[in-house]
Design a protein around this ligand. Structure first.
Ligand code: HEC
Ligand code: HEC
Length: 361
């Protein structure tokens, strides 16, 4: 089957579009650059969410949240149009019912290509102020969104083609007009696409788990959850064993957002690490094997665990921490052999379950 080149797609699709409020049929030429000015543009600004005890959200100065921008970002997020063969959307690897992960150790992109790492939950991503990705290699959500589209293992597309497809689309030009006040469809480009995606991502929030409700005084922990909470936060050293978890997984995000090496790999000079993590970005030998501390919210949905999905269950994760991990280079001193008995582990797990959002929320 012959594939239509992008120019032909444009010529023909524009011919059929009758935009609301415009009243005239657009002529069928690739050059035609529709005037969108007759479509009303009035933004409804949207206050960045600020859940109790959370740090301020990181919002780019030139990209204030708006109802129109968020709606456009949401549509783009779920639309495979961003991938080369229209088979993969952001939501392929970041599925809402899995706390925006994909249940895989290594994400699967276009044509089943495997990513080197496991997809990350996008809940509360708007609050991550110290770098995105497992290795913190990009600073903002806007910049982050540029990557998956053109990454071979993910969407395998290029931005020039994405812009052309969106410009020629029956619905998008109007939505871009409403979100960003563009005057012509040719103004649709990667900058606006990533702004919209970032706006949508900033609305993905987990702040109403049982843990949050207990902290707000609206609910109470069961005795086991309470004891697990005590162990997790090392809050009663006399009566419960320490776990050291809260050096790195602090509330309310359950991450310090720092880069740490939690000893899952025995890396040293002789046996190099497969994935250098933060060290691969900075070139600093002392940051090898460090990854951004992930949140512990929604663990019920985010298995398998760690940047490479090596642990299938939370029991395996606890086995790891209980053993003290590997004594490799750069392993944090806060990862050390723990004295947790079966009951301690059960209670710790009961506490971790209070960090899950309710399903279908
Ligand atoms: C093929 C699967 C796949 C697709 C498609 C995909 N992602 Fe991801 N995403 C990942 C993986 C894997 C990571 C972690 C990569 C790393 O750390 O190197 C990630 C990381 C992220 C992060 C960083 C989160 C954090 O906490 O630092 C954001 C934000 C994100 N993706 C948004 C998007 C958006 C927006 C799209 C669509 C434009 C998208 N992703 C498409 C797999 C995917
Ligand atoms: C020194 C800091 C540190 C300490 C202490 C620590 N963690 Fe972690 N944790 C991390 C880092 C870093 C990762 C990600 C490592 C990777 O992917 O390579 C992680 C990953 C995890 C994950 C996987 C999350 C996911 O989405 O993949 C779980 C679960 C977890 N830790 C639970 C705990 C528990 C429970 C404790 C206490 C027993 C604990 N951690 C102690 C730093 C720490």
């Amino acid at each position: 089957m012959a594939k239509l080149g992008i120019a032909e797609v444009m010529k023909c699709s524009i011919a059929w579009i009758l935009l609301p409020g415009l009243g005239s049929l657009v002529s069928c030429t690739a050059k035609s650059d529709l005037d969108l000015r007759k479509i009303p543009y009035s933004l409804t600004l949207f206050q960045a969410p600020k859940p109790r005890d959370f740090p301020p959200m990181v919002v780019s100065r030139d990209n204030p949240l708006s109802v129109e921008g968020i709606a456009l970002g949401k549509k783009l997020f779920f639309d495979p149009i961003l991938s080369r063969d229209s088979s993969v959307s952001c939501s392929t690897c970041h599925q809402p019912n899995l706390a925006f992960t994909d249940a895989l150790a290594q994400s699967k992109g276009m044509e089943g290509r495997l990513s080197p790492r496991s997809a990350m939950s996008l809940l509360n991503v708007g609050f991550y102020s110290k770098g995105l990705f497992w290795d913190g290699r990009v600073a903002t959500l806007e910049e982050q969104s540029l990557h998956p589209v053109r990454t071979f293992e993910e969407m395998g597309e290029n931005w020039a083609r994405v812009s052309q497809k969106l410009q020629a689309h029956a619905e998008y030009p109007v939505l871009f007009r409403k979100a960003f006040g563009i005057m012509r469809r040719s103004e649709i480009d990667s900058t606006l696409v990533v702004k919209a995606l970032a706006q949508f991502e900033r609305t993905l929030i987990s702040a109403d788990t049982k843990f949050d409700r207990v902290m707000a005084g609206k609910e109470t922990f069961s005795p086991n959850e309470k004891r697990g909470w005590t162990i997790f936060f090392d809050a009663d050293a006399k009566n419960t064993p320490t776990s050291e978890c809260n050096h790195c997984h602090v509330d309310p995000l359950f991450s310090t957002l720092a880069f740490e090496n939690n000893g899952i790999e025995p890396g040293n000079e002789i046996q190099p690490l497969k994935d250098l993590g933060r060290g691969g970005v900075t070139g600093n030998v002392y940051e090898r094997g460090q990854f951004r501390v992930p949140t512990l919210r929604n663990l019920a949905y985010t298995a398998p665990y760690m940047h490479d999905g090596r642990f299938k269950t939370l029991d395996e994760v606890l086995d790891h921490y209980q053993s003290g991990g590997h004594a490799g280079m750069n392993v944090s001193p806060n990862v050390r052999k723990l004295q947790l008995n079966k009951q301690d582990r059960r209670d710790l797990l009961a506490f971790l379950q209070t960090l899950n959002d309710d399903p279908d929320e």
